[in-house]
Design a protein around this ligand. Structure first.
Ligand SMILES: [Ca+2]
Length: 430
């Protein structure tokens, strides 16, 4: 660490004499003098009501990356060390490694020191890019005898790994219609849900009453055929399973898997499929893929939404699971998603039979759409547009059609599997 520079001052502030600066340091440093015993107690963390807040990237910073922390206040930020001292502190030892008194240029006022129009705060950037040693740190904020601290943050090479795996594991927590044992789900464990009579394995199409997309589809059964639409991921706090949301998430996860390549490993997520020799991220996506396989009738026409009533714990709900009617938008979304899944499984060479199953289901939906061109059901007011069926939204039809066609071409190399000029000219198609 560089020695304190005594000839540098805060921007715009007259040069202070060395005595004043040293005295100020001793005053504001309070009990945190070098050599003082570390009690292990951390200062209280800043809140939105703290006079001066320091916000950090809680994911952390790589050793070689820029490290810009945000200093914010509802009042103009103090410009003198007599009023404010920021101390970079080792969170494990309590040792102060660096302070703003010695490095006043590290704090750069934002917007010329004027109030920031968007946040409504006075803001400055604290540049700690010099900090390259891996470890755990915080920034103490000292004003007079008051001391608070930022959230702790990490500097390290692999700091994004834990957060990335946590993001993937979120999908497991959102799995629908299954039990989640404590060994996989921790405090969010629960028993088998939505598997009773008329639930996920016996769902029926209901007549949509026009209610919002997070509410029950309706009260009147439109088609009494029981259908297994179990699996997939609940959308959020509501337990709907939307074709649009599922497929866009599913497809982006497949892209992530392609980009990860060999970096994706088995046993990374602590899920039921950990240890089966298949990368856990691919196992997780398959939970969605298998749901999409179920989300169609015998003709390949896909349903737009599954409604499951939310409950806590999930198994407490015993009410019927409801489907919206089949729609061309859902059908193309499904065709594209299954085609893409087939390609990724072919690339991995881990389950050729599953790859073929996905491709066959996709092509069936595609051929249905060739025979029954989009959109259906059509809007009574404008037959060129689809009628809403309570599904919420679908992924762009033309984009999905292009994705499906690209996957067919990738799989076969046959240009005749790509869209014909006749279908391409139809309304709503690419
Ligand atoms: Ca696995």
């Amino acid at each position: 660490m560089a020695m304190p520079s005594m000839d540098r001052v805060w921007p715009g502030r007259p040069r202070a004499c060395a005595f004043v600066r040293v005295a100020a340091l001793l005053v504001v440093a309070g009990a945190c003098v070098p050599g003082a015993a570390w009690s292990g107690e951390l200062p209280p963390i800043v809140t939105g009501r703290s006079p001066v807040r320091v916000w950090v990237d809680q994911l952390g910073y790589r050793p070689g990356s820029r490290k810009i922390l945000i200093v914010a206040s509802h009042s103009p930020l103090p410009k003198g060390e007599l009023e404010l001292l920021l101390e970079l502190t080792d969170a494990k030892t309590g040792k102060v490694l660096w302070n703003s008194l010695d490095h006043p240029d590290a704090l750069k006022p934002f917007n010329g020191g004027r109030k920031d129009g968007e946040s409504g705060e006075y803001v400055a950037h604290l540049d700690l890019s010099h900090l390259k040693a891996s470890g755990r740190y915080y920034v103490a904020v000292r004003q007079g005898d008051k001391v608070e601290r930022s959230c702790r943050f990490t500097v390290g090479d692999d700091l994004y790994r834990a957060s990335a795996l946590a993001a993937w594991k979120m999908l497991y927590y959102n799995r629908a219609d299954t039990a989640k044992p404590e060994k996989h789900a921790g405090p969010w464990h629960h028993k088998l849900s939505h598997r009773g009579p008329n639930q996920a394995t016996q769902a029926r199409v209901y007549k949509w009453t026009g209610r919002p997309h997070w509410e029950p589809v309706g009260s009147e059964v439109a088609d009494p055929t029981p259908r297994d639409v179990s699996g997939g991921w609940w959308d959020a706090g509501n337990f709907d399973k939307y074709m649009g949301n599922t497929t866009i998430c599913h497809n982006e996860l497949l892209l992530a898997i392609q980009l990860l390549g060999e970096a994706a490993k088995d046993g990374e997520l602590n899920i039921p499929e950990s240890g089966n020799g298949i990368p856990d991220v691919l196992d997780e996506v398959r939970y969605g893929t298998e749901f999409l396989l179920r989300m169609a009738d015998a003709t390949g026409a896909a349903f737009g939404r599954v409604y499951e009533r939310p409950a806590c714990p999930p198994e407490a709900d015993t009410t019927p699971v409801m489907l919206t009617q089949t729609a061309s938008g859902a059908t193309m979304n499904r065709a594209a998603a299954l085609a893409y899944a087939s390609i990724v499984w072919q690339e991995r060479k881990l389950d050729p039979a599953f790859a073929r199953t996905c491709m066959a289901a996709s092509r069936k939906s595609w051929k249905l759409l060739e025979a029954r061109p989009h959109p259906w059901p059509a809007s009574p007011k404008d037959p060129s547009k689809p009628a809403p069926t309570g599904e919420w939204f679908f992924v762009n039809y033309a984009e999905c059609r292009a994705l499906a066609a690209a996957c067919y071409f990738r799989a076969t190399g046959d240009k005749h599997t790509t869209p014909s000029s006749a279908t391409a000219s139809r309304p709503g198609t690419a």
